[in-house]
Design a protein around this ligand. Sequence first.
Ligand code: 2AM
Length: 179
Amino acid sequence: MSDEAHEPTKRLFFALDCAPAQRKAIAQWRSALQLRTGRPVPAENFHLTLLFLGSVSVAQIAEICTAAGKVAVPDEPLRVELDRLDAWRRAGALVLASEQAPAPLLRLVYGLEQAMLPFGLENAPTEFRPHLTLMRDYRAQVPESATPPAFFLRADRFVLFESHKGRYRALADWPFGGA
Ligand code: 2AM
């Protein structure tokens, strides 16, 4: 993405948002893990990243939104199972991940990657592994959990978020069919 000197930029990513009740349930479950290492992601920031764009020139945002609006969306709300607790060593993240990503989610991500190609990504997208980050700077083993994770993230739209000083702000969203 463009990052010319002095040009105003925003740090952007596409994601599925997490509903408030779901955030609360996941945060409670995380508390029960009694983690002693890492930085907890604030529950209001829970989300599932679809595609990270990085630093984008403000002047490009309208075009990015137009391109995102042409991406084929799932024809009904998505239900993504978060049924695995994983520690990603290289990323230093403790995440809730999906044992099996639903095909419509994979199609959506592929569509977004294709739609964003003309804009030139800061980092080439790596293999998409659906996850919700619970902790950052996490350098320990996967903790024992008395109750295995069995969450469902339900989404009826995808969202373009701006990340600013540790907070996420929705800039635009595109509803799925049936929403
Ligand atoms: P995460 O979804 O694994 O937590 C906003 O910063 C979001 O974009 C975060 O949720 C973060 O990852 C993701 N993100 C940040 N930097 C990234 C990078 N370099 N590559 C891929 N995703 C990144």
